[in-house]
Design a protein around this ligand. Structure first.
Ligand code: F6P
Length: 322
């Protein structure tokens, strides 16, 4: 049986995602309710190396539930990947008498947590990334908010596309994952979606758009950044189609902003599960949502497989665009 947990550290790591603040708030308040002490490390793993932290109280996390970003800040630390970086983090954690860490981030951040476990530092992970690409959870924090931002932007673009009878190529985030692209396309009635998981044939798509144009005032093509550059897709379409083509790269507008209700509620549920898991002696796993139930998934399982896209949603986007 593992030792009793009395004091925990919390940090946010990797790209910021909406709902991180709501999660920190829930972690702190639920942990205090369970009689634990909490400190927050600034700038993710970098804060562990520099021993840059703050003591968190119930009041210190007031008024942040609706704020995007992360008030503990975040970073992608290269130093943490070195032996020396890990050793410095371990030394500081021991100094502060931290029994376990709560890591809020994507699977890259959980790999960092897993490296620390080799030195005897235990963690629980909370998935937070707008990419929604973490295996073992149907939803990651920040994804629903980003999706809502994207569909509201695509609606605005459709107004212009339709008024001017144009084709728009809209680039959304997703380096290795088509999750944002597929779901935003389906939810906004886009005509085509290009994702990294399915090989892109620009000539075929351009031909399809050409044939598709008749009777349409607008054509919306959503492309995940990891599939192709929107400018290349637009150039290819221009070669075959006479209508005006415009490009809109949504960029970091997709990542910030006040979290949706879904993300705020998920933040509270994930935090509760994470703290209960640590108190019950659980270690080195991520909390995740599976079929509407909050579960824990061992880190090895999270790292062992790649999250699959929902092929039906991808096909449905194209079927419904006919
Ligand atoms: O992983 C989240 C994400 O927003 C990706 O979709 C995107 O490719 C990347 O982060 C951008 O990272 P940065 O903010 O470091 O440019």
């Amino acid at each position: 049986m593992s030792e009793q947990v009395k004091k925990i550290g919390v940090l946010t790591s990797g790209g910021d995602a909406s709902g991180m603040n709501a999660t920190i708030r829930s972690i702190v308040r639920y942990a205090i309710y369970k009689k634990l002490e909490v400190i927050g490390y600034y700038e993710g793993f970098k804060g562990l190396i520099l021993n840059n932290y703050t003591v968190l109280t119930g009041n210190s996390v007031g008024g942040i539930i609706d704020r995007g970003g992360t008030f503990l800040y975040t970073a992608r630390s290269e130093e943490f990947k070195t032996k020396e970086g890990l050793a410095a983090a371990k030394k500081n954690l021991d100094l502060n008498k931290i029994d376990a860490l709560v890591i809020i981030g994507g699977d890259g951040s959980f790999r960092g947590a897993s490296d620390l476990s080799c030195l005897g530092i235990n963690s629980v992970g909370i998935p937070a990334t707008i990419d929604n690409d973490v295996y073992g959870t149907d939803l990651s924090l920040g994804f629903d908010t980003a999706l809502n931002v994207i569909i509201s932007l695509i609606s605005k673009i459709r107004d212009t596309a339709s008024s001017h009878e144009r084709i728009f190529v809209i680039e959304v985030m997703g380096r290795n994952s088509g999750e944002l692209a597929i779901r935003s396309s389906l939810a906004s009635g886009a005509d085509y979606v290009l994702i990294p998981e399915i090989k892109v044939d620009l000539v075929k798509i351009s031909n399809a758009i050409k044939n598709h144009r008749e009777g349409k005032r607008h054509t919306l093509v959503v492309v995940a950044e990891g599939a192709a550059k929107a400018t290349d897709v637009a150039a290819s379409i221009k070669l075959l189609v006479e209508h005006e083509v415009r490009v809109s790269v949504l960029g970091h507008i997709q990542r910030g902003g006040s979290p949706s209700a879904v993300d705020r509620i998920l933040a509270a549920q994930f935090a509760q599960k994470a703290i209960d898991f640590l108190i019950s002696g659980g270690r080195n796993a991520m909390v995740g949502l599976q079929n509407n139930k909050v579960k824990t998934v061992p880190f090895e399982e999270v790292f062992g497989a790649k999250k699959q896209i929902d092929r039906n949603l991808y096909d449905l986007t194209h079927i419904l665009a006919l």
